[in-house]
Design a protein around this ligand. Sequence first.
Ligand SMILES: [Zn+2]
Length: 378
Amino acid sequence: MHLKPLITTAFLATTSLAITDRTGDVLNGAEVINSLDLNDVPSSAVTRYYLRAGELNGGFPLHLPIFIARGPKETLETGKKLSVSGTVHGDELNPIRVVQKVFENLEINIDKLNGTVIGVPGINPMGIYLNQRNFWTASDSGFLTNINRVFPGTNSSSGGNGGNVIAYNLWNYIWGNTSNVDVAIDLHTPSSGSGSSLWCYADFRLPYVERLAKLLQPNILKIDPGEPGSIETTFVRHGVPAITVEMGIAKTWLPDLIDRTYDFVIRVMDDLSMLSGNSSTQHEPDLSKTFIGNTFQGVRSTYGGFIESLVTWDQDVKAGQELGRIRNVWGDVIQILRAPVDARIHQAPIDPSVEPGQDVFSLVYNSTDPSCIDGCVL
Ligand SMILES: [Zn+2]
């Protein structure tokens, strides 16, 4: 009596390696999948899936929306494969609109697509639900996980919790442990409470990353060795060119930065010959407004209080220049924050409340310290 289910399970386990593993569920009109094989996705089409990315306590399933745009059939082999992901931090919402706009374009121009684009508009549904950065796990009395520090993730049988399982399933079953991705773009905003213009992290040690970063035409380009466990750095360490793009302000849709980042994705596709009929001349990035620096340095508050900011992002400051004043609850000035070096402001506070030890401002400059050639964060 028990033989049939056992055989079925074994069959599924074998075949799931070769084809897209569908659960049989349809959610909001999209098929639910456990894993993706690009050969098994319709060509000349944009297809929406939900990845069964894990479960919450009580067994409630967790799903990630996944866009797949495939060009004409042969372009799976002849064209490049690009991943555009965002909102691994749940309060960083500009990326969602960028991914949506990219696929709105691809819906119209799918027959011109030479290759494949994977879009993940919201990696952290729990963070979006909670309107904050991290993933909430209920076990062990409850704790928060920064999913962008745990890639390539850990599965549950090896002890991975919610955020780790999301990372594991996305990395292995959508990105195919890099086999489905030639180039990756991961979209963010600064954390809640700070603001900036458009900037990126880029590890210049891997070929094509510098080109990718310059195609963004950012206000600030941070040469950076990367953060272990982040999406960008995990791709880079697997030999896949990737950058982290930071877009302005959390919890706010900024149309100008959304449009600039969308234009960047289109430029990258053009650069990778993913748009048929693209020009034979290489795009020359306009870096006239771009500050390229190798060092970030925080300017820290010693006290809790309220910051009265005297400068804003993208402003050049001199060593010793007053950046802001920390006032206590009575209005007394209890600390004056000054620039430690000549630099450009890369992030400035938009939330006036500050904690002791908080980097209230972040500056960018070029350190001459040889150990900072590949990038430093001080
Ligand atoms: Zn982020």
